[in-house]
Design a protein around this ligand. Sequence first.
Ligand SMILES: [Zn+2]
Length: 417
Amino acid sequence: MRFILPLSLIATTLAIAPVRFDRGKVFRVKPQDEKQVNVIKNLAKTSKLDFWYPDATHHVTANMTVDFFVSEKNSQSIQSALEQNQMHYEILIHDLQEEIEKQFDVKEDIPGRHSYTKYNNWDKIVAWTEKMMNKRPEMVSRIKIGTTVEDNPLYVLKVGKQNEEKKSIFMDCGIHAREWVSPAFCQWFVYQATKSYGKNKIMTKLLDRMTFYVLPVFNVDGYIWSWTQNRMWRKNRSKNKNSRCIGTDLNRNFNASWNSFPGNNNPCGDTYQGAAPESEKETKAVADFIRSHLNSIKAYITFHAYSQMLMFPYGYTSKLAPNHKDLAKVAKIGTEALATRYETQYIYGPIASTIYPTTGSSLDWAYDLGIKHTFAFELRDKGRFGFLLPESRIKSTCKETMLAVKFIAKYILKHTS
Ligand SMILES: [Zn+2]
């Protein structure tokens, strides 16, 4: 009995307060040459920069737009260093904490209830998956494809009229925890698709003839962490051997040219690839599910944010994919369809040349496995809000994205065998 009090006291002290970002700034810099690239790389070594775009220091090259976050403590010295080196910069966000609070700009209809125009935490998303199954049992079922490191379930919603031997599309959202608009889209997709069945001609046809496997949150533990402890968290929450740093970047953990570029093998880095391909429970569960449904899966679509891009293989090589022309055509028309709603401009192309070379990505892995149409969306915006897109923009973001996804699905239905 004597232990009870001290232990509970320890537990209370261990409960950590969420990380705050008061007066932290997001800078945008465009290095003009190698010398300026090195200035950024050196700054990253001496001060802690959180790269927003690209997602790690080693991806920075000349003439690339680079966005990074700096805490209040370091922002003055970063600013002086940029000025000393005559580098032009913009401050996209002056107070990150303020921006984090401002993203919740849609009032709740009913407090605590799930809403498609608000960001929903994990508990609300789980309850929502149940609601979708109960509401549309003839069209929606839930499959538990595995569990996370912290033993949370990984749920895939199977959406479509149930009959055998249908073509299918696998879609995932939220592989990177802080990209909140991505899970918001997966929820929107399931809702809108089932709601418009019988009303919208194209959607009815798609659901009659195809199955959509939708994983609304891939990186569940990281997503929870981004809600409760650190809004800017990206990786999963697994412990790393011989390191105090937590987490693997699940989108570097797939078996696609894994470990072939330097820069992803530091467990403390935000793009840590993990100890081995599929070392992470989340990656393994998704990869196993896709492998076991390979006969029917004709397309793979993964949703990220931000930058407004639609990309396809390869990320790990600058070589063009064998069906490059076909992929580029689908991406072109997809982005055009997306723009019809609000004139939102997306660029498209292979990952390696559109953003930067990456290894171990889910997109390349799925492609090499034999899924010939694989796409990655980088949703809104282009940096004004970055990962903190206000809730008031969820609806328009989802509506326009839906147009592109519908086009891709229609294309897959018609052109794959
Ligand atoms: Zn991402």
